[in-house]
Design a protein around this ligand. Sequence first.
Ligand code: FES
Length: 160
Amino acid sequence: MDSEKLYLPVPDLKVTDLLNWQKEEERQHRHLVHRNLNELSVSLDSQQPQAHSHKKCFGNSVTINDETVALFRIGDEVYATQAKCPHAGGPLYLADLEELVPGQVCLKCPWHKWTFSIDSGCSIKPAGRGLVAKTYPVRVNQEGHIYIGFDSFGPSAFEM
Ligand code: FES
């Protein structure tokens, strides 16, 4: 946990609103719905990630502090990455979660299936590409409210 960060609350979303990838029944439910989301994702504008959340996929997209952030839940942990894929701007918040090796969960982008570490954001497959999805530290309080850590306030905080 990084105490130097500026932690801002995610409005209107608690940890219990996120599907938990660790729960088998939630994975099954999610796969049924994901077919429809794949159809949806091809129509998304690649230049402009949609600031929407969908309760039926693992990732939720939230716009906070002028950044669009994808949130994923694994057990009691919440992970945050940039919502837009660093490869070609695909909707990383609609990513599949996969355990490539035990203990290493990755995001699999729905567009070209590149995988990124959910911890570090580093690209894993294809190997050797060296792309990194931005990641954010996350705190969850006892009431389940989610806080995302930023380096500083975004530009809109200084607008008059
Ligand atoms: S846009 Fe995500 S893998 Fe290509």
